[in-house]
Design a protein around this ligand. Sequence first.
Ligand code: SAM
Length: 181
Amino acid sequence: MAEADGVSWDGKYAGRTAGPPRLPEVFAPYADEVPTAGHALELACGFGQASVWLAERGLTVQAVDVSAVAIEQAQGLASSHGVGDRCTFSVADLDDGLTPGPPATMILCHRFRDPALYSPIRDRLAADGLLAISVLSEVGAEPGPFRARAGELRKAFAGLQPLAAGEGDGQAWLLARRSRR
Ligand SMILES: C[S@@+](CC[C@H](N)C(=O)[O-])C[C@H]1O[C@@H](n2cnc3c(N)ncnc32)[C@H](O)[C@@H]1O
């Protein structure tokens, strides 16, 4: 299944090129909350536009995606923006869990949902670390196997301090901070 996932995403990405570095639209209004130093982890980074934005902001970035095509584009984007040395992009299948790494000052996961990762994501956040997560939602859309139930993100990350959240039009998202330990 993992291999099939990678191949099918490779097919979707083939022949396309990465756009400019940017935070996903849903989180862009909260850009000032993003730390300017530390270590960021991006899950299912696609073309790495957000990762490169985070690196330009001052973070070192570890980012993974199952698509080798997307990861190659992400590496190229980081190099062309002069932050190749601050970004580590790897092909990895998140069905196998989070790739090892240090506590994260920020974790970004945009439009990728795996409830099995919610607990490891919480555990990976450093004290005061920021989580930005968005998933497809059943709220405002037909139920489906890849969509979050109503309230799923709030429940999963109830131990974090929410800064902003939204649910509707088939999307759920949460921006939340881990309290200092
Ligand atoms: C909807 S795209 C979102 C990409 C990126 N986060 C963005 O917002 O542009 C979903 C991403 O999840 C990746 N993906 C799907 N299954 C995966 C898996 N099992 N492990 C790692 N990445 C996966 C795909 O390759 C794709 O890049």
